[in-house]
Write a protein that binds this ligand. Structure first.
Ligand code: HEC
Ligand code: HEC
Length: 167
């Protein structure tokens, strides 16, 4: 019994000496105290809805990034969700926005059609859709998306292809 404890302790000592906690995170600061962390000035889109340019989709059926300013639109609360006032199908055409896709009007767990209403699981839009900032990537990667057709580069159809390869 005594021998095992000794071995474990010596492994812990080697690890502690080898990796400094300031070199673990992307910010290169101590993980024990973030009080001195300065958030960099992040350059999000300042264009209001209707004036911005849509971003390329990251991959087929990825949730599109938010191209416009979010000033005055957040937070989303149980009483108020500004996003729906422009992105529900009944308003989208008039304001020139992209309508939420069919997948957002269905309960995906039961398959129940919400009959044109937004499904509760989609209420908090910014849980999945994020604004995009103009910054250098902290970690480079070589990912290139493959789109199966031209249309899927600018619009989504998850609900139509969800069971592909399953049935
Ligand atoms: C005043 C109307 C309006 C409001 C409110 C609004 N949007 Fe938009 N949204 C637009 C328009 C218009 C576009 C198309 C790009 C543009 O012209 O700015 C757009 C584009 C988008 C896109 C990109 C769609 C694509 O096809 O690439 C996403 C995602 C989005 N908005 C999410 C949101 C979210 C999330 C909220 C709430 C926090 C929100 N929007 C609030 C009008 C609005
Ligand atoms: C749980 C994650 C999630 C939430 C919450 C969510 N979305 Fe999405 N959204 C997605 C994904 C994934 C796609 C692309 C695949 C699909 O469903 O068709 C998408 C697609 C879209 C599109 C593109 C539609 C098209 O035809 O190209 C718009 C616009 C959009 N969402 C707006 C919203 C708005 C507005 C809300 C809040 C009312 C919202 N979404 C909430 C994940 C989410």
């Amino acid at each position: 019994m005594k021998k095992i404890i000794l071995v474990c302790l010596s492994i812990a000592c080697v690890w502690a000496a080898g990796i400094n906690d300031e070199s673990i995170g992307l910010r290169k600061v101590s993980l024990m105290d973030e009080n001195k962390v300065k958030i960099e000035d992040i350059n999000y889109s300042a264009q209001p809805p209707g004036m911005s340019t849509r971003f390329d989709r990251s991959f087929e059926n990825a949730p599109p990034m938010i191209p416009h300013d979010l000033d005055g639109l957040l937070p989303i609360t149980t009483e108020l969700n500004m996003c729906t006032t422009c992105h529900m199908p009944e308003f989208a055409k008039d304001v020139g926005s992209t309508s939420v896709p069919k997948s957002h009007l269905v309960d995906l767990r039961t398959g129940k059609d919400d009959k044109g209403m937004l499904d509760g699981s989609r209420y908090n839009c910014v849980q999945c859709h994020a604004p995009q900032a103009n910054t250098e990537p902290l970690v480079k990667n070589k990912f290139h998306p493959n789109f199966r057709d031209e249309k899927s580069k600018t619009s989504s159809n998850l609900i139509d292809i969800l069971n592909q390869g399953v049935k």
